[in-house]
Design a protein around this ligand. Structure first.
Ligand code: NAP
Length: 365
């Protein structure tokens, strides 16, 4: 099967580098177009990332020699699209939110679908915010989005913030098993790579924790409600519950966001053993479809008293697994657990690739 040629906007950044690395051997997609800021435009990819390549793994040989284009110039991508080099783009841009939103719409309007990591369109009513195992049914809103804009081939899908990956899938598995979720308090411990590069200054984070990440608590409290919501008519309607209170902290960890959760159920309350059974047997469409980026199982339950740990567990299942541990009763609510996921893989590029695989399996590419 010929591979589908794809582009990466923001290819030089923390998440963009993960895209190029993860797509180096991808069986369906091949990176043939790379774009970033005007600072990088005109350089080869190798020149553009010189001195700021952050990963142990590398893109395949050909990608190093790609010419980096200016992501603001949609005509360059359209030209590549017409030459058969860019069927759709992954967006990993870090710039002004309104500008990002308008730019992603310009790509979609020109007929190039956008699979985005940016936050600009997460709250756009007709844009699905996808976690493959949780709400792939929200893909059904794409024809409505296209109709609303008069787009024929283009569309936008987004993935949620990296902070919510470590607890939203475990929550959904409990809901799917028939348990109502009323309230939860979550405290996140977020890695420095979550802030992009150069991100938090080393003098601020070495030997330190920072109890504030701008905008992150609002995202952690609200994004799960859209993801757990339902398609009704022409819109995705947010779930009313659970109510979420979040404390988000930056910690001196390179990769891997942890979340410490206390959860209250409705009147039916599962036992700890039942909760573990639900999580270890949970699977979603990416597993049923055997998608290339999907882990065998999306949730792993660790029984050791001191796991999950960022350094030891973030790479589990191709860095696409949510590792859950410390599953125990809560003295205030009902259940406590700690979730961990890799923020630049499951929480960013890997999650975006999984979304694109789902879209391909639904005939969108
Ligand atoms: P980053 O390391 O700062 O990279 C930003 C990218 O955007 C670079 O390629 C940069 O190009 C490009 N860019 C910056 N200004 C631009 C402009 N004016 N015009 C065009 N391109 C521009 O950020 P990141 O951590 O990779 O994050 C990328 C996106 O993913 C953000 O929207 C972020 O919120 C989201 N995200 C990040 C994570 C994570 O864990 N890091 C997780 C989930 C979602 P140059 O190199 O040329 O400057």
């Amino acid at each position: 099967m010929a591979k589908i040629p794809v582009g990466v906007l923001g290819a030089t950044g923390m998440v963009g580098q993960q895209y190029l690395s993860l797509l180096a051997d991808h069986p369906w997609f091949e990176v043939r177009y790379a774009a970033a800021s005007p600072r990088s435009a005109g350089k080869t990819y190798r020149e553009a990332v010189a001195g700021r390549w952050h990963l142990a793994s590398s893109p395949s040989g050909g990608m190093w020699d790609l010419r980096v284009e200016d992501a603001n110039d949609v005509s360059r991508a359209l030209d590549a699209n017409r030459r058969g080099c860019c069927t759709f783009v992954f967006s990993a841009l870090e710039m002004d939110k309104d500008r990002t939103g308008a730019l992603e719409e310009a790509y979609a309007a020109s007929g190039i679908p956008v699979v985005s990591n940016a936050s600009a369109h997460r709250w756009t009513a007709d844009v699905p915010m996808l976690i493959g195992e949780v709400n792939s049914r929200h893909i059904d809103i794409i024809p409505i989005q296209q109709k609303n804009h008069g787009w024929d081939r283009g569309f936008i899908v987004v993935k949620p913030n990296c902070s919510i990956q470590s607890y939203t899938t475990p929550l959904y598995a409990l809901l799917e098993a028939g348990y109502d979720l009323k309230r939860l308090v979550v405290t996140t411990l977020q890695a420095v790579s979550g802030a992009g590069y150069p991100g938090t200054a080393s003098l601020d984070i070495l030997d330190n924790t920072v109890p504030y990440i701008g905008g992150e608590e609002e995202k952690s409290e609200n994004e799960p409600l859209k993801i757990l919501g339902s398609l009704s008519g022409n819109a995705i309607v947010n779930a009313a519950e659970p109510r979420i209170a979040a404390h988000c902290n930056r910690v001196p960890v390179s990769d891997g966001h942890s979340a410490c959760v206390s959860l209250e159920f409705g009147s039916r309350k599962p036992s700890i053993e039942e909760v573990k059974k639900i999580w270890t047997s949970f699977r979603g469409p990416p597993q049923d479809l055997c998608l290339p980026m999907a882990p065998e199982l999306p949730i792993i339950v660790r029984e050791e008293a001191d796991r999950p740990q960022a350094r030891k567990d973030r790479d589990a299942g191709k860095a696409m697994v949510v590792s859950v541990g410390r599953v125990r009763p809560c003295t205030v609510f009902d259940l406590r657990f700690v979730g961990l996921s890799h923020n630049t893989v499951r929480g960013a590029a890997g999650g975006g690739i999984l979304n694109a695989e789902l879209l391909k399996s639904r005939g969108y590419f």
